[in-house]
Design a protein around this ligand. Structure first.
Ligand SMILES: Nc1ncnc2c1ncn2[C@@H]1O[C@H](COP(=O)(O)OP(=O)(O)OP(=O)(O)O)[C@@H](O)[C@H]1O
Ligand SMILES: [Mg+2]
Length: 1053
């Protein structure tokens, strides 16, 4: 879409014509001229979509031209104000799809292109919102598309309305009632291949939710003469052909029928049993299915088809005259079938077909019929059977459509939508009583239409006080009066002729007509016509100048058809029928009823009056159907001079309904926007002034404004279109702002709510914690004060706390190893437990330690322990030995002479250490090796074993308490092999002595001496070693012969 913008003074209306494409104009409401390409306002390029908008709306030519232009573009719908004009396209334009239905749902009538669905939706919405009964009146001549429009309307409601609570069966029934009624009530005529030969008014009931819940059909005067006679090129009712074409072999055999319409006299009169545009076979299938939907049982279908077949058989009943010229049935076979199909006595039927029963002075007389009378009686019976069956069918459909929920509360609030699909106005070469009735019916509806629209419109102008150009229209009341007026109308005269005694004939009726209504401007007969017209009128004809054209009726058969006589004995025969449908159609009460029944025309007149009443009680909507040509051909638009043109033109320009101005256009004027507080009239005046309407363009009425030229309306509409866009943007922005603000405020409120709740929770938690803390402190203080009193509730908490905290502290501060002697101080109550725990702890540590040490280390420790036991606190150089590890041996195997090893034999050496030996006499020091075996201490000098002291002979070991390294091994004095005790010195005296003591099991035999050690030097000779403390180690032989040892004194002891 291309937009050109140029500044102009506010409020100017401009019309811009694009050289190639139609452009739309715009009102620069905010000081901006906007020229917009077509597409925005989408006004028809092909004529106007509402005849009200035609410039020269009174011109018939302009009306037709508009219609033709639109039709060429396949736009078959056009409005005349609220009336929809529809031109039959005679082809499927694909404009009734589901998408089309959706497009027209819920939108304003004028905002979408004209369409039947727009009417349908408007009517439906009015029904729902105003809860007023509605009626859609579909009119137009035969073949114009009334029945088609009715079906489309029904389809629209079936598909778009919500489904009723109890399933959608009603919708199906409403839709499926159509094919059945059409099969029995429609026929091919010269005007229409599916011409309705009965009038139909259908009520659809909607519940308060707008769902269809039921329906009811009123039918009007079926053209029953068609059963026995059809004009050339016409057919009997569809059902006969459908049954013969589509019926199953078995069915036809049962009914005694042949699959050939030519075999039946009632079907060959029009000589066109087969028509290419009608597919009887497939239609039959549709009808069969539909019958099931509308609740027909198989038995009922069978009974119904028996009747249809019986009519065909009746047509084939022939008579022959006997000697007395009385008629005799000659077709026995047909009679047999008839008896079976109608379930009547064969003889009774035979008699009824050939005799007439007369009741004279209370006596019944049988009078034989001649050939002509018998044929008449037969045809009368066929017509009666068929037409009554049709009425029964309508009743049956009504029972199926009736809402099953009559007692529910929703039923009481139902509203009704009526659809009127009557037979259209028709003119044939030869027009008879039926056409007279049909056209009278159309006149009546036309009159109603005029009353409800044209006249009321004109009156409105007057009421508004507008001196408007009067729009001429033809008021057909005068024709209606001509037909129906009491005493003077054609129907009254006909009835009079039918009822009067004496020889009344169709011609006497015509004469009477001529006498009574000869001055009527719409009535003409051969006798009354002028010279020129007379040629076109037969003597037995009269002509009516209908609103839709002239129709010449032949009076032949008027009286008979109006009387609709069925001989009494035929009625009686039918009353005795066992066929359930027939027995409902022919009621015995009819026989006893002495009153003469109303004539057909009067009955029809009464039913039409009722129909008019029904329609008047409802809010009407109109669809006017028009035929583009008489050839039933698509694509041939409106040749001049057709009756359709005449009909259409009669309507064009007559209606001008301007839309209410202020509510619609108030947004175009700053003073009326957003609302006008003053009187509506003043508002309109302000608006009109602002829009710049010229005085000749409009007229102000009392309550309405009337716009003279469509272009004024177009310009205003276009301006509104643009204004709407900018308003829509504003509304959108405001709405979005509002929407998001609401959302934000909601979020804010929620956040505050959550925050306050959370803060409250936190505060409460904190307060509870503080309270608890204060209580705890109080209990602790109180407990502390009373800690020395026996346990009581006041101090229990404190005491428990002290205990617990001691245990917890203990857990954290447990000694890490055996040497760690730290231990927390227990509270008095736990002292004993603490000691036990401590013991356990130490044991545990020791146990753990023991488990972790190696065998070598164990031995080391054992030896160390023994050393400690022996020397601790007794010998000065013991402390120095403690940190030094004991070594398994101080001499390697290579340091010991092999000869010594040999001498020892298998005895292993457990320990070896170099020692110094002091002679027993001179105390000379000599280097020796000390070896420990499992059995003895061995003193070795180089490669020689100098002395071997078995452990058994080792009586003890002496050592000084000083820091010297000397020691004496005491041996058994009785052992002669021994040279005496041995004085030795080892650098590792503690180690050597410990190992020796352990090997020899002499741990308790180590003597630690204070001053001196006496030892046995040899047999009879003892030696003494004197130990004295000094500054350094000196070992000398003292003058007294003793070994004097001066050893440094350590303070460690
Ligand atoms: N809107 C349409 N679209 C397509 N074809 C249509 C439309 N309206 C009518 N026709 C065609 O025209 C034929 C005649 O229409 P329809 O039977 O509705 O006429 P009618 O006005 O009911 O005539 P009658 O008064 O004889 O019953 C239909 O069978 C159909 O083929
Ligand atoms: Mg029809």
């Amino acid at each position: 879409m291309a937009l050109q913008v140029e500044l102009i003074p506010t409020g100017e209306i401009i019309r811009v014509v694009h050289p190639h494409r139609p452009c739309k104009l715009a009102l620069g409401s905010d000081g901006v001229r906007v020229t917009m390409e077509s597409g925005l306002t989408a006004r028809d390029r092909v004529g106007v979509q509402d005849f009200v908008l035609l410039e020269n709306f009174t011109s018939e030519a302009a009306f037709i031209e508009n219609l033709r232009r639109r039709f060429r573009e396949n736009l078959i719908y056009t409005y005349i104000g609220p009336v929809l004009v529809s031109v039959n396209p005679y082809r499927d334009l694909q404009i009734y799809s589901r998408q089309h239905m959706e497009r027209y749902r819920g939108v304003s009538f004028y905002e979408v292109p004209p369409h039947l669905f727009a009417v349908a939706d408007t009517v439906y919405r009015a029904l729902r919102t105003e809860r007023r009964d509605q009626a859609v009146m579909i009119s137009g001549e035969s073949g114009a598309g009334k029945t088609e429009a009715t079906k489309r309307l029904l389809q629209f409601y079936a598909e778009t309305c919500p489904a009723p609570k109890r399933g959608g069966a009603v919708r199906d029934r409403l839709l499926q009632s159509n094919p059945v009624l059409e099969a029995f009530g429609n026929a091919k005529t010269l005007r229409n291949d599916n011409s309705s030969r009965f009038g139909k008014y259908m009520d659809v009931q909607f519940d308060f939710k707008g769902a269809p819940v039921g329906g009811h059909i009123l039918s009007y005067l079926l053209e029953k003469s068609r059963v026995v006679h059809q004009n050339h090129g016409e057919r009997n009712f569809h059902i006969f052909y459908q049954l013969l074409e589509g019926g199953e072999e078995e069915t036809l055999r049962r009914l005694g029928l042949e699959r050939n319409p030519q075999s039946y006299l009632y079907l060959v009169k029009g000589q066109c049993a087969k028509v290419s545009s009608i597919n009887d076979k497939s239609d039959w299938k549709v009808v069969r299915k539909a019958l099931a939907v509308i609740d027909f049982t198989e038995d009922e279908v069978e009974d119904l088809l028996s009747i249809v077949a019986s009519v065909l058989h009746l047509g084939n009943i022939h008579f022959a005259a006997d000697e007395e010229s009385n008629a005799q049935v000659t077709t026995e076979n047909q009679l047999k079938y008839l008896t079976r199909l109608l379930s009547v006595e064969g003889s009774t039927l035979r008699e009824a077909l050939t005799h007439r029963k007369i009741i004279a002075k209370g006596e019944e007389l049988l009078s034989p019929l001649n050939l002509e009378q018998a044929a008449y009686a037969r045809d009368a019976l066929a017509k009666a059977v068929y037409s009554r069956t049709f009425s029964w069918l309508v009743g049956k459909i009504n029972r199926s459509l009736a809402s099953k929920d009559v007692d529910s509360p929703s039923w009481r609030s139902t509203t009704v939508l009526g659809l009127l699909d009557i037979y259209g106005f028709e003119v044939f070469q030869h027009n008879s009583f039926e056409q007279f009735c049909i056209n009278y019916c159309n006149e009546k509806l036309q009159q109603l239409f005029i009353e409800l629209t044209l006249k009321s419109e004109q009156e409105e102008y007057e009421a508004e006080g507008i001196a408007w150009e009067p729009v001429p229209y033809f008021n057909n009341k005068v024709i209606c009066d001509l037909v129906e007026e009491k005493f003077k109308g054609i129907i009254s005269i006909l009835d009079e002729e039918c009822l009067r005694p004496g020889e009344a004939t169709d011609l006497t009726f015509l004469e009477k007509l001529e006498d009574t209504v000869k001055h009527h401007p719409h009535f003409l007969t051969h006798k009354l016509a002028d010279q020129r017209t007379r040629k076109s009128l037969g003597r037995g004809e009269f002509r009516l100048l209908h609103y839709a054209g002239e129709v010449t009726y032949s009076v032949t058969g008027f009286l008979d058809k109006n009387n609709d006589l069925l001989f009494r004995n035929l009625k009686e025969t039918m009353c005795s029928s066992k066929n359930p449908i027939m027995s409902q159609c022919f009621d015995r009460s009819e026989l006893s009823d002495k009153k003469r029944p109303e004539t057909v025309a009067t009955q029809f007149k009464m039913s039409l009056l009722q129909l008019v009443e029904i329609l008047q009680s409802k809010e009407p909507a109109y669809v006017r159907c028009i035929k583009p040509n008489d050839a039933k051909q698509p694509g041939r638009p409106l040749p001049p001079g057709t009756s359709a043109q005449r009909q259409g033109a009669a309507w064009g320009g007559a209606v001008c309904i301007p839309p209410p101005l202020v509510p619609r256009y108030k947004s175009l004027c700053p003073e009326t926007w957003p609302s006008w507080a003053g009187r509506p009239q003043d508002g309109v005046a302000v608006l009109v002034r602002h829009l710049g309407y010229k005085p000749e363009e409009y007229k102000m009425g009392r309550t309405k404004i009337f716009i003279r030229f469509p272009k004024t309306l177009f310009a205003t509409e276009d301006a509104l279109e643009l204004r709407r866009q900018s308003l829509a943007t504003k509304i959108q922005a405001a709405w979005r702002g509002f929407h998001w603000r609401q959302k934000f405020l909601r979020a804010k409120r929620s956040a505050i709510c959550i925050q306050s709740w959370w803060r409250g929770t936190l505060g409460r938690r904190k307060a509870a914690k503080r309270k608890w803390a204060a209580q705890t402190i109080r209990r602790l203080v109180r407990g502390f004060i009373l800690r020395h009193t026996p346990r009581c509730p006041e101090n229990a908490f404190f005491l428990d706390h002290v205990r617990t905290s001691f245990l917890l502290r203990l857990r954290r501060q447990l000694p890490r190893n055996v040497l760690d002697t730290s231990w927390p101080t227990p509270p008095p109550a736990l002292r004993e437990a603490s000691e036990l725990l401590r013991e356990l702890c130490v044991k545990n540590m020791v146990w753990k330690y023991c488990r972790s040490i190696s065998p070598e280390w164990k031995q080391q420790l054992q030896q160390k322990a023994v050393a400690s036991e022996i020397f601790k606190g007794k010998k000065d150089n013991y402390p120095q030995s403690v940190p030094r590890l004991f070594i398994s041996t101080r001499l390697g195997a290579d340091e010991i002479s092999p000869r010594v090893l040999q001498a020892l034999g298998s005895e292993p050496i457990q320990y070896a250490v170099p020692v110094v030996k002091y002679d027993r006499k001179g105390y000379k020091p000599r280097a020796r090796q000390l070896l420990l075996t499992p059995n003895a201490v061995v003193i070795v000098e180089d490669a020689k074993v100098k002395q071997r002291i078995d452990y058994a002979n080792l009586t003890g070991i002496s050592v000084s308490s000083l820091s010297d390294n000397l020691f004496v091994l005491h041996v058994h004095r009785e052992d002669n092999r021994q040279k005496g005790d041995v004085v030795l010195q080892s650098d590792h005296v503690i180690e050597t002595l410990t190992k020796t003591a352990l090997s020899a099991d002499r741990v308790n035999n180590i003597n630690i001496n204070q001053g001196s050690i006496t030892f046995a030097g040899g047999p009879g000779r003892d030696g003494t070693i004197d130990f004295t403390p000094g500054s350094e180690l000196v070992i000398t032989k003292a003058k007294n012969g003793h070994l004097a040892v001066v050893a440094p004194r350590f303070n460690s002891r």
